[in-house]
Ligand binder design. Structure first.
Ligand SMILES: C[S@@+](CC[C@H](N)C(=O)[O-])C[C@H]1O[C@@H](n2cnc3c(N)ncnc32)[C@H](O)[C@@H]1O
Length: 458
């Protein structure tokens, strides 16, 4: 029978697919339905009909799965953030672990890949060290500050609570929104390049307790610096910031986008610590726009895994490719002979050099540029290579070059099981053996998965 868009179907959800949608079957075709969990019996309306899969919109949960729980946050239905909140945390972890195994089997062609039990968060709430909230007029004449609803780029919903960063975030966002309304400030409008307020970013040192607040404005002048400092520092209901910034984000068609950050209160950077073990800590000075793993406590566990899998010794020269601000390499430096870090982002490399100094690491050096271009011209041969690429992975050219270098060990940190599996297939075709795969949950309640793998040269 021919399937039609708009047709109502009844199915049972059997698993969660990569991307977080529930998956079931209808007339021998796979159906993806958002906001469903395995075990749910549902009715749904067909929205997309493709030769090998269908998409449908949830109409009704006829019988809820025993894995379904009540979402903690009042904004769950509108917010685009924590899409897995209705799934018990243990089940979220099972889902993530199985996603890694399946990607390695189906994309990488590995039989029985050596996937370890996923490392979950001890506390899956209030784990983020950075959140960004947006201003919008929401097509009214009043300004709003909050998060974007699912599928919306410009409008925001008014945030009352959020369990990702700190428990006073709802109050803080409400205060800044009230302040903007009292001063009659307008949200920046991307289409007309008018209006003042763009975003409010709140960074926190989970180990140090520091807080940096960055108000990002347009090219227009913000005339209320003193009042803004008073707002944030004189209210007992919110944690006092250690730094406040106003950053002008100037975007004009035809011109290069410019950022002008001004530190109007407190320290110029937020200091965060990463604990390698109970005795050894590293400190990082994080500027408002620098990349830092958003979950401090899990980053420690992730980097400790890299250290354990790399089994770095004083005889080892280590490459830290895609090093960002140097965190992983600095974790290894005290055990290694030397560390060489590469990142395409110049600011990140400057930050990495400062972080090495801050931690009195003298055996780490850095270079800004494309990882492939830089390593192909180097004469030294590392015996351990750590890679932590963005979502699109290494790609075949860099994989082939890693094969030519032939380090005794590669530790691959990945935020995308699909590109990881594709790359591992190339690396393990002849020269390397995949010996350990360790998934780590860095972002509970989302479908994102981090994985650390160890490859040993054959
Ligand atoms: C997932 S982040 C890893 C950051 C770092 N390892 C950490 O844990 O904080 C990926 C990094 O790759 C960098 N990058 C992207 N493309 C690159 C390339 N072609 N060559 C070198 N670095 C690149 C980005 O600037 C970013 O810092």
């Amino acid at each position: 029978m021919q399937l039609k868009k708009g047709e109502s179907i009844q199915i049972e959800i059997t698993k969660i697919a990569f991307g977080g949608a529930g998956m079931g079957h209808h007339e021998e075709k796979v159906v993806f339905v958002e906001n469903t969990v395995p075990g749910d019996k549902i009715s749904a309306t067909l929205t997309k009909i493709k030769p090998n899969f269908l998409e449908a919109k949830l109409e009704e949960i006829i019988k809820p799965s025993s894995k379904r729980i009540a979402p903690k946050c009042a904004h769950f239905n509108e917010c685009g953030g924590c899409s897995l909140q209705y799934l018990d945390y243990k089940e979220q972890l099972n889902f993530k672990e199985s996603q890694v195994t399946e990607a390695l089997e189906h994309i990488g062609g590995f039989k029985n890949p050596p996937v370890e039990k996923i490392i979950g968060c001890e506390n899956p709430w209030f784990y983020r060290n950075k959140m960004e909230f947006s201003f919008s007029m929401n097509q009214t004449d009043q300004i709003f500050l909050g998060l974007h609803p699912k599928g919306y780029r410009y409008d925001v919903f008014e945030l009352k609570e959020c369990y990702l960063e700190s428990n006073d975030i709802g109050i803080l966002v409400g205060l800044v929104q009230k302040f903007a309304r009292e001063k009659n400030l307008k949200a920046y409008d991307y289409k007309t390049n008018t209006g003042l307020l763009r975003t409010l970013t709140v960074r926190e040192g989970k180990r140090t307790g520091e807080r940096l607040i960055n108000l990002v404005t347009s090219h227009e002048e913000f005339q209320y610096e003193k009042a803004f400092i008073e707002l944030l520092t004189e209210n007992d209901d919110i944690k006092k910031p250690t730094s406040i910034y106003i950053t002008k984000h100037i975007a004009k068609k035809g011109d290069k986008t410019a950022f002008k950050a001004k530190n109007i209160f407190g320290k110029p950077a937020l200091t965060e610590e990463l604990h390698i073990n109970t005795k050894k800590k590293l400190s990082f000075d994080i500027l408002p726009d620098a990349f830092f793993q958003p979950n401090t406590l899990q980053a420690e566990l992730l980097y400790n895994q890299v250290l354990a899998l790399g089994k770095v010794t004083k005889r080892d020269t280590v490459y830290d490719l895609f090093c960002g601000t140097g965190t992983i390499g600095l974790f290894c430096a005290h055990k290694a002979k030397s560390v060489f870090g590469v990142d395409i982002n110049k600011n990140a490399i400057e930050n990495a050099e400062q972080n090495a100094k801050l931690n009195e690491v003298t055996n780490a050096s850095y270079q800004a540029g494309d990882a492939f271009e830089i390593i192909k011209n180097r004469e030294d041969k590392p015996n351990i290579i750590i890679v932590d690429p963005p979502r699109n992975g290494l790609g075949d050219i860099l994989c082939k070059h890693l094969l030519e270098i032939g380090a005794k060990k590669i530790v691959y940190v990945s935020c995308n099981p699909a590109t990881l599996s594709r790359d591992l297939k190339i690396l393990c075709e002849n020269k390397y053996k995949l010996t350990v795969v360790q998934p780590v949950d860095m972002v509970p309640h989302t479908y994102h998965i981090e994985t650390v793998c160890k490859l040993d040269r054959l």
